[in-house]
Write a protein that binds this ligand. Structure first.
Ligand code: 9MR
Length: 576
């Protein structure tokens, strides 16, 4: 299988910010520097220079050269780069490039909502659908869901929330990191570093049913999941009260495509876990501080849930979800929850200022340890979430400790910048196969989040430029010459794995909406379709834009939340 990778000049197909870095990669057999030209849509040469030979790139196996046209800063549309007889896909130079990506990437969450009819007037007639999983036949859940046999003797109303990904499961662990990132996208815009940008995330900025209610729409969207997460908490008086059930999903795996309201499988609650309970504690604590100005009663509910969940987790510190529990839904297993304890303690401290949470978080090995992995953070390793919030959300940590926390973010960003400098495609991830794993695009963007946070903390442009370059990779400057975001870029992914957006299998169904991120290259080839088609692939080539490849091409709330965070950051940069 040889994919069509188009022109050998690889660019960010969406474009470049006027004052930002502008880099491209050329696939060539040439080993000496080559001349390049930047041309207008009409063909006029706007700038020229010569490339830098980079040798063979480990992740792609390609001989490549790079070029830098950052000095050209004039806005324009339909520009191209020509090198070695090849002309790139067209791109823009514009300060408003990312404005709509902020909204598109956040809009994905509305399209993933469970338990509510999706309004075609809001996001397009092709996305309209009846409410799923409200116990209307053939659905068997989610308003009155029993536990798996032997796990509990009650049922819970766990309606609502977002479908996790291409499946219909709802997982507290992964819902946690996605909710965190949406809430943090909002919280970031309220910091001094971004003063004046908050309006872009205000009420009326998204196409959600709650628009016009006086609450910022991104908070309305996050609340849809928060309400679900709160419902997953074991009620008072029951065994393990205060803990959160790990997940709720179908008893058996279903096929594709399948609309939520057509799912006939029995839904089941899975055992409470410490990880899920701490995810609930962390995001409910965020909820308490962020909703306080808008809805005091809801903020209070969140505060109570956060505290009871945290106490329950401390009383039950080693209840791990089973890695074998993956029939009908993903396992989301994790046998080290020290990072979840750190994150939850940090969020509770930031919201309450109370001493016991401060004592717990400072006693955690993660408080002084290295929490930033070269391969990014994700649902299984969440210490970075606590560290980033301690660095950015106003708090009473002793000055020296706060300075150390902030320095750890810039040190991680420095390491990511150094790595990006080594990569001919400019991405802040090491070039070995271990960097190309299930959902790796999300981890890559989370490295960009670290870079962006370092920029917010220091205003040093090199960090912002590193974050921009990471997105160049996501939006087309890569071995496959593909943008991994639906609707963004000349040649973009469009057949992501999803039961809802099943256009590839049934033309009457829609494609994933604009702003949907694919999981990305996965060298472990963990689905049969990819395993057969892509056997022997170099890591950056281990991806296929086909609905059958769930291990390389799925949509998921945890990687779209990373996209939303960075899109919001980039939109705030404008033409600076
Ligand atoms: O994103 C998850 C990835 O880190 C795991 O390696 C993989 C296998 O356990 O599961 C991924 O999550 C999937 C989940 O289990 C079920 N819903 C779809 C998720 C995205 O593919």
């Amino acid at each position: 299988y040889v994919p069509d990778t188009g022109p050998r000049v690889r660019v960010n197909q969406v474009g470049y910010l006027p004052g930002g870095p502008k880099n491209a990669t050329v696939v060539t057999s040439a080993t000496d520097a080559l001349p390049w030209q930047l041309r207008s849509a009409a063909g006029t040469v706007l700038a020229s220079g010569s490339t830098t030979p980079r040798g063979v790139d480990a992740a792609s196996g390609q001989n490549v050269q790079t070029l830098d046209f950052s000095a050209y800063r004039t806005p324009g549309a339909g520009l191209t780069l020509t090198v070695d007889g090849e002309t790139s896909h067209p791109f823009d130079i514009s300060g408003t490039l990312y404005d709509r990506l902020r909204a598109d990437s956040l809009q994905f969450f509305y399209a993933q909502r469970s338990g509510i009819a999706i309004d075609g007037d809001l996001i397009g007639a092709e996305y309209a659908r009846p409410a799923g999983h409200l116990d209307v036949a053939p659905n068997k859940g989610d308003t009155n869901v029993p536990c798996q046999p032997g796990v509990c003797d009650y049922s819970l109303d766990v309606r609502g929330g977002w479908y996790d990904a291409g499946d219909h499961g709802k997982y507290v662990v992964n819902g946690g990191i996605a909710t965190y990132q949406l809430l943090n996208t909002f919280e970031r815009t309220r910091t001094a570093a971004t003063a004046g940008h908050g309006a872009a995330l205000g009420d009326g900025t998204l196409r959600v049913p709650e628009r016009g209610n006086g609450v910022p729409d991104v908070l309305d969207e996050a609340r849809w999941e928060l309400e679900f997460l709160l419902r997953m908490q074991v009620p008072a008086g029951k065994p393990l009260a205060g803990m959160a059930h790990h997940k709720i999903h179908d008893r058996n795996w279903t096929g594709l495509p399948l609309a939520p309201h057509d799912d006939p499988e029995q839904r089941e609650l899975h055992p409470p876990s410490t990880a899920a309970t701490l995810n609930l504690a962390a995001v409910a604590a965020q909820c308490a501080r962020l909703f306080a100005p808008y809805d005091a009663a809801f903020a209070k509910r969140c505060d109570t849930a956060a505290k009871t969940a945290y106490a329950a987790a401390k009383a039950n510190p080693t209840r791990y979800a089973s890695p074998a529990d993956s029939t009908g839904g993903g396992a989301y297993d994790d046998t080290n929850v020290t990072d979840e304890f750190y994150w939850a303690a940090a969020e509770l401290y930031l919201s309450t200022g109370e001493q016991p949470y401060l004592a717990d978080l400072t006693a955690s090995p993660h408080h002084t340890g290295n929490v930033f992995d070269p391969r990014g953070f994700g649902w299984q390793g969440v210490a970075a979430l606590g560290r980033l919030d301690l660095a950015t959300v106003p708090n009473g940590l002793p000055a020296a400790d706060l300075a150390r926390v902030r320095a750890s973010v810039t040190a991680a960003a420095d390491a990511h910048l150094a790595e990006a400098g080594r990569q001919a495609y400019g991405l802040p991830m090491p070039g070995d196969p271990d960097s190309y794993f299930w959902g790796g695009n999300g981890n890559l963007i989370n490295n960009a989040v670290v870079l962006a946070t370092a920029f917010d903390l220091t205003r040093d442009a090199k960090y912002r430029d590193g974050a921009v370059q990471a997105m160049d990779y996501v939006l087309g400057r890569n071995a496959l010459n593909i943008s991994y975001v639906t609707g963004w870029g000349e040649h973009a992914a469009e057949n992501q794995h999803s039961r809802i957006f099943g256009h590839q299998l049934d033309p009457d169904l829609p494609k994933p909406p604009a702003g949907s991120l694919a999981g990305g290259p996965n060298a472990a080839l963990q689905d049969p379709f990819a395993a057969k088609l892509l056997a022997g692939c170099k890591p950056m080539f281990c991806y296929v834009d086909d609905i059958n490849s769930y291990a390389t091409n799925e949509v998921a709330i945890n990687w779209n939340s990373a996209l939303a965070w960075i899109a919001s950051f980039l939109a705030d940069q404008g033409d600076s």
